[in-house]
Design a protein. Structure first.
Length: 122
C-alpha cells in the first residue's frame, strides 16, 4: 500500500483522487470503458509526474474498496436506512462454507430486498 508519501503525493491524493472518487457508487456503473481508461490515464500521468506512487491502488480498486466499505457499513449497522431493505438473514443450521454475509440471496424481483449486485462480492 502507499507508505511514506511526501507532501506532493499527499496533496494529489487529497485533491485529485478525492475528486475522482467522489460519489463513485452513484456514477461508476454508468461509465464506459473509454471513460474509465481516461480516468486511469490521469493516474498514469500522476505517476509519471511523481505525484502518485505506482504501488498505490488504481481508481477501479479504490471504487471497489469504497463500495465494499459501504456495503459492510449497511450490513453491520441496523440503524442505517438501507439496512431495512436487506434480504432476510439465512437461518439454516448447516455447516457450509463461510460467506462474507449471512443473507438469503433470492433471484426474484422483490422490491423490498436490495439487488444482488449490492452484495456482489460479499
Amino acid at each position: 500500500m502507499c507508505r511514506c508519501l511526501d507532501v506532493k503525493q499527499r496533496v494529489y491524493r487529497a485533491v485529485i483522487i478525492a475528486r475522482l472518487t467522489y460519489a463513485t457508487s452513484a456514477w461508476w456503473g454508468f461509465t464506459t470503458l473509454d471513460a474509465r481508461q481516461r480516468i486511469e490515464g490521469l493516474l498514469r500521468r500522476g505517476i509519471r509526474a511523481g505525484y502518485y506512487r505506482p504501488d498505490c491502488p488504481t481508481v477501479e480498486n479504490l471504487v471497489e474498496d469504497a463500495d465494499d466499505a459501504f456495503v459492510c457499513l449497511v450490513l453491520n449497522n441496523q440503524h442505517r436506512l438501507l439496512h431495512s431493505l436487506l434480504a432476510d438473514k439465512n437461518g439454516h443450521g448447516y455447516d457450509l462454507r463461510r460467506r462474507r454475509h449471512d443473507r438469503i440471496l433470492s433471484h426474484n424481483d422483490d422490491q423490498r430486498d436490495l439487488p444482488l449486485t449490492l452484495l456482489k462480492s460479499l
